[in-house]
Write a protein that binds this ligand. Structure first.
Ligand code: KIV
Length: 291
């Protein structure tokens, strides 16, 4: 009989899992960090097999998976289901759960309650939350409770309306300075990494140089310590045109549609299913059955 748990307890790194301090070491060694979003077990498994260091279960799921027009409607329950699926599929990458709008803004207590759910119920290794300013207290509270937190600055989609839409941030000296100060403040509050979204490359570069924690860019130029892209954008599953910071590494939308068209055609003309897709029955059993 063994007293050791078959699976590591929540909050305990699983065997083979990238250790959190390794992230800062990657930055120190100038080894670029690859992060990608994922929303289910197969995408978690594939991202792991492809060598991703970090997987973000982004609230972009509200748009890419659930069909909403923005990230705002994502709920805790939906994000928990998706995160749980990803952590079942991914072993080595650190899995970061995105805290949906409304799950952390109200109070430290609520943020703590929801972040703990991500770690305990869904096996997340860290959580991400958008913004600085009044969110710095949230970061301190979560980190104080032992939950690694990734910050998110620049274009923060949950507050896109306040920011004047989905547009690059930090394009005036004053707003660039605010982003720079916010990056340093998030590091001081205890963040383990920062997502920098849609800002001039030079601003991201200055923030990256000013902080000891890794910066992960999306539309923030090549000087960040790592890059993140949304699964559906990267693989060609979102409609054209893609935002300018997206590179399409595949056109899976076209591939999937053509496969589905061939399937429907085969069903309609009787080509599918064929002999090799069908089960037989021993002759004697068949004879008895026919009788
Ligand atoms: O929700 C998301 O996918 C994100 C990335 C764009 C960084 O926040």
């Amino acid at each position: 009989m063994t007293t050791r748990p078959r699976k590591p307890a929540p909050g305990t790194p699983a065997p083979g899992k990238l250790a959190l301090p390794e992230l800062a070491q990657l930055k120190a060694r100038r080894q670029p960090i690859a992060m990608v979003t994922a929303y289910d077990a197969p995408s978690g498994r594939l991202a792991d097999a492809a060598g991703a260091d970090l997987i973000l279960v982004g609230d972009s799921a509200a748009m890419t998976v659930l069909g909403h027009d923005s990230t705002v409607p994502a709920t805790m329950e939906e994000m928990l289901v998706l995160t749980r699926a990803v952590t079942r599929g991914a072993r080595r990458p650190l899995v970061v759960a995105d805290m949906p709008f409304g799950s952390f803004q109200v109070s430290d207590e609520e943020a703590m309650h929801n972040a703990i759910r991500f770690v305990k119920e869904a096996g997340a290794d860290a959580v991400k939350l958008e913004g600085a300013g009044s969110m710095l207290d949230r970061v301190r509270a979560l980190v104080g409770a032992g939950i690694p937190v990734m910050g998110h600055l620049g274009l923060t989609p949950q507050s896109a309306t306040m920011l004047g839409g989905y547009r690059a941030q930090g394009r005036t000296a004053a707003s660039a300075q605010r982003l720079y100060d916010a990056g340093r403040a998030l590091e001081a509050a205890g963040c383990c990494a920062l997502v920098l979204e849609a800002m001039p490359s030079v601003v991201a570069e200055r923030i990256t140089r000013a902080v000891g924690i890794p910066t992960i860019g999306i539309g923030a130029g090549p000087s960040c310590d790592g890059q993140v892209l949304v699964w559906h954008d990267l693989l060609g599953l979102t409609p054209d045109p893609a935002p300018r910071f997206v590179e399409r590494y595949a056109q899976l939308g076209t591939e999937i549609r053509s496969a589905l068209e061939r399937y429907a055609r085969d069903v309609r003309d009787g080509t599918f299913p064929g002999e090799r897709h069908s089960y037989g029955i021993p002759d004697a059993e068949r004879a008895a059955f026919e009788k």
